[in-house]
Design a protein around this ligand. Structure first.
Ligand SMILES: *Cc1c(COP(=O)(O)O)cnc(C)c1O
Length: 381
């Protein structure tokens, strides 16, 4: 028998009470029972997103929310600035090009965060840029970009919006949507929200809605304006993912009981335990700056193939982590600590990493990383 541990940066583990909520008999989406549920989760989402704006709920993976935040705000020929510091930043560029935007791509070395000054310079050079696209947490490199600093810059431009892919940041990092002025914030269900894949969310500011009024791109399924009209009446334009929304209500109950500050503090503590544990084991983390608290990217040590680590974690110990993408394939492996994760998941992960890397012939003192994490979790370090 091999017990399974899901520690990949999405999908993440789903709490038992959420699984049970989703096993309830189907309800109809045009019936009062659904309207009530939908109205409740809409309010809960405003709390989670720290916004007074509507948070649209879409039946899609996270990328559906990303697509909608390109097609609904840009017209063909419009200028867009994308921050590409990894696989998901690259996706913003591809999406903008797909919808006919003129894209200026700000390339950021993988493992580093964007320099806000570079965004300031790009906007100064071309104030006609309609939207800036960025990740709050770039999952491919485990780096958190400074979206607050970017919001401070974009705020100065009346006709430019900041669009934030917060798919591995919302519910992990303290993102103050309204207070900072994040115009569009996207997340998905299968990361920190502890749900199966299938829901995307988008909060949209008044400034962004004004831009949407002028946009001339084709958007049918991901039509944010039509969704808002329906969702303000507690329904959706098309059939919603009813079971996932039942699960979402349960997730919101869990998060509200814990409290936002405590949710962020828990993620910060687990991330510190993981990163310090990795270092104490004699390994190094990949990010050169601003590591994300959602997951840790660990550099494969000299002579060890990162893909072998990732593969052996699964085959030897039943632990699903993630490898590196593109040129980082073999160079890093990634372990998530977002969502339904606690201290012992981090300890288990560190123990397994130590065992796998030692098994691959690299000298590691078993228990060294685990001990460090235990001290941090106990508050003694
Ligand atoms: C997971 C993820 C996505 C979306 O991926 P989907 O597979 O479409 O859900 C987008 N951006 C980031 C930063 C992610 O981590």
């Amino acid at each position: 028998m091999l017990k399974r541990y899901l520690l990949a940066p999405g999908p993440t583990p789903v709490p038992p009470e959420v699984l049970l909520a989703m096993a309830r008999p189907m309800i109809h989406h045009r019936a009062p029972e659904f309207d009530k549920l939908f109205a409740e989760v809409r309010e809960d989402l405003k709390w989670l997103f720290q916004t007074r704006n509507d948070v649209l709920i879409l039946a899609a993976s996270g990328t559906g929310g990303m697509e909608g935040s390109v097609s609904n705000f840009l017209s063909p020929g419009d200028k867009a600035l994308t921050v590409n510091g990894g696989k998901f930043g690259e996706r913003w560029t591809k999406l903008c090009k797909t919808f006919g935007a003129q894209v200026t791509e700000l390339k950021v070395e993988w493992g580093r965060a964007v320099d806000p000054q570079a965004v300031a310079d790009a906007l100064k050079k071309d104030p006609s840029i309609k939207a800036v696209y960025v990740q709050a947490s770039e999952t491919s490199t485990a780096v958190a970009h400074d979206v607050k600093a970017l919001a401070d810059i974009v705020k100065g431009y009346e006709e430019t919006i900041l669009v934030v892919d917060a798919i591995t940041a919302l519910g992990v990092l303290d993102l103050k949507t309204d207070a900072w002025g994040l115009d569009v914030v996207i997340t998905g269900s299968q990361k920190a929200l502890m749900l199966p894949p299938g829901l995307a969310f988008a909060s949209v500011s008044e400034k962004a809605w004004r831009l949407a009024d002028k946009a001339k791109n084709a958007a049918f399924y991901f039509n944010f304006k039509r969704e808002r009209e329906n969702q303000q009446k507690s329904t959706t334009a098309y059939t919603p993912a009813v079971s996932l929304i039942l699960g979402l209500k349960e997730v919101m109950n869990i998060l509200k009981a814990e409290g936002l500050e405590a949710v962020f503090a828990r993620h910060a503590m687990l991330a510190t335990a993981m990163r310090e544990g990795v270092k104490a084991a004699g390994l190094s983390i990949f990010p050169q700056e601003r590591p994300s608290d959602a997951l840790t990217a660990i550099s494969a040590p000299e002579g060890v193939d990162g893909q072998a680590v990732y593969k052996n974690l699964r085959t030897q110990y039943g632990m699903t982590a993630a490898g590196g993408q593109d040129h980082l394939k073999g160079k890093i492996f990634r372990i998530s600590h977002m969502g339904y994760i606690d201290s012992f998941d981090v300890i288990t992960a560190l123990a397994a990493v130590e065992m796998v890397i030692k098994g691959l012939g690299y000298p590691i003192k078993l228990g060294s990383g685990v001990a460090k994490a235990q001290e941090i979790i106990m508050g003694k370090s």
